[in-house]
Design a protein around this ligand. Sequence first.
Ligand code: AMP
Ligand code: FE
Ligand code: FE
Ligand code: ZN
Length: 281
Amino acid sequence: MFADLHLHTFFSDGTFTPEELVERASKLGFAAIALTDHDTVEGCERAAAACAAADMEFISGTELTAEHDDTEVHILAYFVDTQNQVLLTRIAEFQSVRQNRIREMVAALNRLGIPLKAETVFALANCKSPGRPHVARALVKEKLIGNLDEAFERYLKKGRPAWVPKTKMSALEGVELIHQAGGLAVMAHPGLNRTDEIIPDLVDAGLDGIECFHTKHSTAMAERYLEIAEKHGLLVTGGSDCHGFSKKAPLIGTVKLPYDHVQKLKDKAAEQKARTTNGHQ
Ligand code: AMP
Ligand code: FE
Ligand code: FE
Ligand code: ZN
């Protein structure tokens, strides 16, 4: 039995609907999946319904863009209450940060003489959590650039002329936000964001787990993070970080997390919920 605990839909920068994603996961034989759209939990209800129909276990989640000591770190949330008002209010603020940033990126492109309209990006994104991939897709759609990679390389990557820094949540707040919503906080793809140095601080803040298995982690990296997990007593997670058809073939199916890790996550989430309900968190 396997799981994929890192998946995106069109509620952020993925291309699949929740139903399409679940159908693929089901065909691949997954026992459980988690939805981790950037800064939103909107897709969870539909994904949960589709999973129930497909007899697959569903874990509600999100992927928060955060920072600590000037290092960008993505924090995955699992088992959060998707109706939690504190969580919903805070992520809504970061959704509006994302929308304003789209306007700033488009303005920077316009200054470079590229006639892209913010409305084109918003229409294409059609979600509350738009990001750079939507700008890249709009540039391709309007034939203003050859392909998505080129869009990032020439304009959107950090340091390129249309890159705009994003106001981010502090990672310590992120961990707390997830906990108060009944969830577990997991550091996403540490090998991708190079966040090794901040692991101890996040562990002190109550980090629950670390994503050891990820499409962009080599086997050596996965082993390294398994050791780090062991050292700090962190739970182990993994997922494909599938964004649908954004770039190449969909990544779902490329990472298969053995189900016993999911069981350990469930056990800890249940423990934490029991503590919260007993009022001595
Ligand atoms: P944003 O949240 O707006 O900063 O965009 C980050 C998202 O862009 C990531 O979650 C990836 O989906 C995607 N991304 C980041 N870097 C690249 C890249 N070099 N090429 C393609 N997609 C990328
Ligand atoms: Fe993404
Ligand atoms: Fe990420
Ligand atoms: Zn992701």
